[in-house]
Design a protein around this ligand. Structure first.
Ligand SMILES: Cc1cc2nc3c(=O)[nH]c(=O)nc-3n(C[C@H](O)[C@H](O)[C@H](O)COP(=O)(O)O)c2cc1C
Length: 193
């Protein structure tokens, strides 16, 4: 697939990371804002991207799920250590549609599908035994046939407004190129490192 700027750069940097990073080249931090304007962040895996935005999947009842529904503003950050590159993205998270989420859920390993049912993500867990019991329960419930997507599990697409590409350069004179979405398209500028 070929992309317009700045998505073309993202695609080529991700492809390089997929070649070079030892683990989880698609890992990114997702920062959300909770009540009282307090930020929180965690790593997730980027599952797809195109010019519409950057998609990850999660439990909608998790902390991030609640925070994103109350406040769509989100910031992503990729760091590819082996490439000395960072990408920062700011934008608005919107729910992916049910068909897209169903297709992605269906592509997951069966045990991960059962795990999605069993995990009440971000809720207090009394013991590992409680989690094991829930895994057993859903394994039995969906012993035959396809595992349906839980209604509380889906994806968010981060529709970007700002994308910054950062690349290490000697003497800390790094290269920072920031792209900003404007009415007539994307415009870029450089920033001091
Ligand atoms: C490398 C890595 C990838 C992860 N991928 C995901 C993911 O794709 N979706 C997800 O919900 N949690 C993922 N997690 C777990 C989250 O970091 C986090 O613990 C979980 O989503 C609960 O976050 P919350 O309580 O802030 O909602 C990942 C963790 C790591 C370290």
């Amino acid at each position: 697939m070929s992309f317009q700027a700045p998505f073309d750069t993202f695609a080529s940097w991700l492809a390089a990371a997929e070649q070079q990073e030892a683990n989880n080249p698609t890992a990114m931090s997702v920062a959300t804002v909770g009540a009282e304007g307090r930020p929180s962040q965690r790593m997730v895996l980027l599952r797809s991207f195109d010019e519409r935005g950057f998609v990850f999947y999660t439990n909608l009842e998790s902390r991030k799920g609640h925070e994103l529904r109350a406040n769509q503003h989100v910031a992503l950050c990729f760091h590819w250590k082996s490439l000395d590159r960072q990408v920062r993205i700011e934008g608005l998270a919107e729910a992916v549609d049910a068909r897209e989420a169903d297709a992605y859920f269906a592509s997951r390993p069966r045990d991960s599908q059962i795990g999605a049912w069993a995990s009440r993500q971000s809720e207090p867990l009394a013991s590992r035994a409680e989690l094991d019991a829930r895994v057993e329960k859903y394994t039995a419930l969906y012993a035959v046939g396809k595992v349906p997507r839980p209604p509380f599990w889906s994806g968010f697409r981060v529709v970007p407004e700002v994308i910054e590409f950062w690349e290490e350069r000697p003497f800390r004179l790094h290269h920072r190129q920031e792209w900003r979405r404007e009415a007539e398209g994307w415009r870029d500028l450089l920033r001091y490192p």
